[in-house]
Design a protein around this ligand. Structure first.
Ligand code: NAD
Length: 256
């Protein structure tokens, strides 16, 4: 039996990067996976990969900032896959900007995609998980939700919001006796499109990648699969006593 056998796991931003790695691993471990994204081509290609290895997955179009879409998609997923046991709020964007050069538009877009989405997703998941008295909600924050970084003011604020919102929602669910656990995951830097894209806007992208690698005491950047394993643990019943926790996957970056 797989570690999440027969659970239905929904991963937002599942079309590429960290989300795609989570989709593949959870499917390998027995989950029926909903790949939810605005990028339907990417989502369908992750579904094809999973199906090619004998897993079960389906693509769902979801803009995580759209309140009405959340209710529609959670119902569609339940009907299509026969449940809703795990939600990974993973979709996110990373815009580069200090407090001085962040525009209000950049700030609001970052908050909408990185933080409003986590609130909307968590609330929608609680609605469908509450009657079944079980569920695991995993919010992807970042080490940037715990420590400050001068060049990502809006991103820092959004990911710090995800961290503390997670604890509030976790306590509410625990006190209410819902059987729903809510936790956050805090990756270090991983060379996905988000990071290489942001690095590309800097004067010295190669120097930036060398510098962030140097800051991970383990001597290398984490990989998407390292984050996926943390998500797998929190999605599985192995973590049944883990509530409102923050799991850091950063090779020791913030231990310093
Ligand atoms: P990525 O850019 O590779 O993938 C992001 C995915 O989110 C894409 O598939 C994209 O289509 C989707 N997405 C974007 N906006 C969306 C929206 N409005 N609705 C639905 N889907 C949307 O990014 P990634 O590096 O895989 O990051 C995934 C998550 O991990 C993000 O929350 C990010 O902040 C977090 N994170 C990443 C790193 C890193 O170093 N890569 C580190 C810490 C945390």
């Amino acid at each position: 039996m797989g570690r999440v056998q027969d659970k239905v796991a929904v991963i937002t931003g599942g079309a590429k990067g960290l989300g795609a790695a989570m989709c593949r691993l959870l499917a390998e471990e027995g989950a029926r996976v909903a790949v939810a994204d605005i990028d339907m081509d990417g989502a369908r290609s992750v579904v094809s990969e999973i199906e090619a290895t004998g897993g079960t997955a389906q693509a769902f179009e979801l803009d995580v900032t759209d309140e009405a879409a959340w209710d529609r998609v959670t119902d569609e997923i339940q009907q299509a896959l026969g449940g809703f046991d795990v939600l990974v709020n993973n979709a996110g964007i990373g815009l580069i900007g200090t407090v001085e050069d962040t525009t209000l538009e950049m700030w609001r877009r970052t908050m909408a995609v990185n933080l409003d989405s986590v609130f909307l997703g968590t609330r929608a998941a609680i609605r469908v998980m509450k009657p079944q008295q079980s569920g695991s909600i995993i919010n992807i924050s970042s080490i940037e939700g715990i420590i400050g970084e001068p060049v990502v003011a809006a991103y820092n604020a959004s990911k710090g919001g995800v961290r503390i919102f997670t604890k509030s929602a976790a306590l509410h669910c625990a006190h209410s006796g819902y059987g729903i656990r809510v936790n956050s995951v805090h990756p270090g830097f991983i060379a996905t499109d988000m990071v290489t894209g942001a690095a590309g806007t800097l004067e010295d992208p190669e120097g930036f990648l060398q510098e962030i690698t140097r800051r991970h005491p383990i001597g290398k950047l984490p990989e998407a699969i390292d984050v996926a394993y943390a998500v797998l643990y929190l999605a599985s019943d192995e973590s049944r006593h883990v509530v409102g926790a923050e799991m850091v996957v950063d090779g020791g970056y913030i231990a310093q």
